[in-house]
Write a new protein. Structure first.
Lengths: 280, 233
């Protein structure tokens, strides 16, 4: 029943024009970034390499597809939550507003199964968004800019990763990025259970992400104890795959915290949905 | 109910208040969604057959957003039938429909009852519809069962309201006053209206004709609405 209901949910997602908005937006954004980098990528690179030019000399295809994919991922991972929430924030509240939830629950399906199927469908949609971003950033990036070693500037300095060592890192990075976006999806579905309209959960999801991001970046000691537990702190954990040596502990910790957030959001959503009044 | 909820719901099809569908999906996609979670066939043939049964043939691929209230109501009935349940619960199925829509939905319910042998539990404030459709009825007032039984039997217990057109209403009134204490005379069209029992009506007519009152027409009605008001009061 769970799979049947999930398939139903996916039919509904696929039929809504807003579901394609995310894919179109990503395509346009990546196209703009790729175009800009193609046109004036070297000046962008020199901004990063300027401080090292006296001690290091850079040769070869620096502005390559691997670096471009990294830049794209860095620029877009912050904005994609809105595109995910736009669809997932509507999954419960949209049905409550339309009245279809009442019709569905007259059928032999439990509320728990129905809600879990919405989470699964939301997860599949999020995965599709991430895969599409991966295809555009990595594959199109490599086709346009060629391949090469990747240079990443992090807090410890400049990290250079060999070309043959890049692909599996991207798989890991997109995996963690998916987990981060899945948390956004779960959050918006949870908020959707408390609402009777579509806009509320979408706006609230974004407000929470903005608030947590600000708390996370504010250099104020009072927030220090909670920063490690904010899911937004771990939404950039994908970057850890571009460090050398790989900080497995950091990746593991971030993944666990994101997973725990998912479990908490789903549990709250189940509790709320089970007692939700669908008669009015 | 809570322990066997799903097993019970497999035997029930219902519309609560109004049929709400996914407006951005077609009629067949909507039915497919409800069929899938009901454990029913999602084959196009079965879905189309159901839509044909409710009179939506040719509109299978049309989006529900373009459907009238009557069409949504019929799609709602198709949705209740999709998993072939024993019991169908319809809550105010004719509310908000135009006269033709009311007739269509009424005929559909009668078809369910007579052709598909379904038990239909109908809740309605449209008493004239109940009178036409239902075999049995329960009158509930403020959460309490006031009366229940077969519609025809309950109505038989009630007095008939008789309207009679005669040649001389004044003469007829004098005779009828001996039979009924509430006779209304309308001198303009020589008609009389009075309440009496079904059994007494032939004797009243006989009495009038024996007294040379010419009768041009007799109309009797037994309204559920009157019965309802009497029972409630």
């Amino acid at each position: 029943m769970l799979l049947k209901s999930t398939w139903n949910e996916f039919i509904k997602i696929a039929a809504k024009p807003r579901s394609y908005l995310g894919l179109v937006a990503i395509t346009v954004l990546v196209a703009v970034i790729l175009f800009a980098l193609k046109a004036d990528g070297m000046s962008f690179i020199s901004f990063v390499t300027a401080s090292f030019e006296q001690t290091l000399s850079f040769e070869g295809n620096i502005m390559n597809g691997n670096l471009v994919a990294f830049i794209v991922l860095q620029m877009l991972v912050i904005h994609i939550p809105l595109l995910v929430a736009l669809v997932t924030g509507d999954l419960v509240s949209g049905e409550a507003a339309m009245g279809t939830i009442r019709m569905l629950l007259t059928k032999p399906i439990s509320r728990r199964t129905m809600l879990l199927s919405k989470f699964l469908a939301g997860a599949v949609y999020t995965l599709l968004i991430v895969i599409w971003l991966g295809i555009l950033a990595v594959i199109v990036g490599k086709l346009m800019f060629g391949v090469g070693d990747i240079m990443v500037l992090n807090s410890d300095g400049l990290v250079i990763i060999k070309e043959m060592d890049v692909n599996w890192r991207y798989v890991g990075a997109f995996g963690v990025a998916f987990l981060a976006l899945l948390t956004v999806s779960s959050l918006s579905i949870m908020l959707s259970c408390f609402s009777e309209n579509s806009i509320g959960p979408i706006v609230t999801t974004m407000a929470i992400i903005i608030l947590f991001t600000i708390i996370g970046t504010l250099d104020v000691t009072i927030f220090d104890p909670i920063k490690p537990f904010l899911f937004t702190t771990h939404m950039i954990a994908w970057r850890s795959f571009f460090e050398d040596p790989l900080p497995w502990d950091v990746i593991k910790e971030s993944s666990i915290i994101l997973l725990v957030h998912n479990v908490i959001f789903i549990s709250i959503a189940l509790f709320q949905f089970n007692k939700k009044d669908i008669k009015s | 109910m809570s322990t066997h909820r799903e097993a019970i719901l497999r035997q029930i099809g219902c519309i609560i208040e109004k049929p709400d569908f996914y407006k951005y999906l077609s009629a067949e996609k909507n039915l497919e969604i409800f069929a899938r979670i009901s454990g029913a066939s999602t084959a196009k043939y079965d879905i189309h057959a159901m839509l044909e049964f409710v009179g939506l043939k040719g509109r299978e691929r049309d989006k529900v957003s373009g459907f009238s209230h009557g069409m949504k109501q019929r799609l709602g009935i198709a949705q209740t039938l999709i998993h072939d349940p024993e019991l169908i619960i319809l809550d105010e199925p004719t509310t908000g429909l135009d006269p033709q829509g009311i007739i269509d939905v009424r005929n559909l319910i009668l078809q369910l009852k007579n052709e598909k042998n379904k038990t239909v539990l109908l809740s309605s404030h449209q008493l004239s519809e109940i009178e036409i459709i239902a075999n049995r009825m329960v009158i509930i007032n403020k959460g309490q069962t006031v009366t229940e039984g077969e519609v025809s039997k309950l109505l038989n217990e009630q007095e008939l309201v008789v309207r009679m057109e005669v040649q001389d209403s004044g003469k007829a009134l004098r005779i009828l006053n001996g039979w009924s204490d509430k006779v209304k005379e309308n001198k303009d069209d020589n008609t009389l209206e009075f309440a009496t029992s079904r059994e007494a009506l032939p004797s009243i007519i006989k009495s009038l004709t024996e007294n040379d009152v010419l009768i041009y027409g007799v109309e009797s009605k037994r309204k559920l609405e009157d019965y309802f008001i009497r029972i409630i009061n």
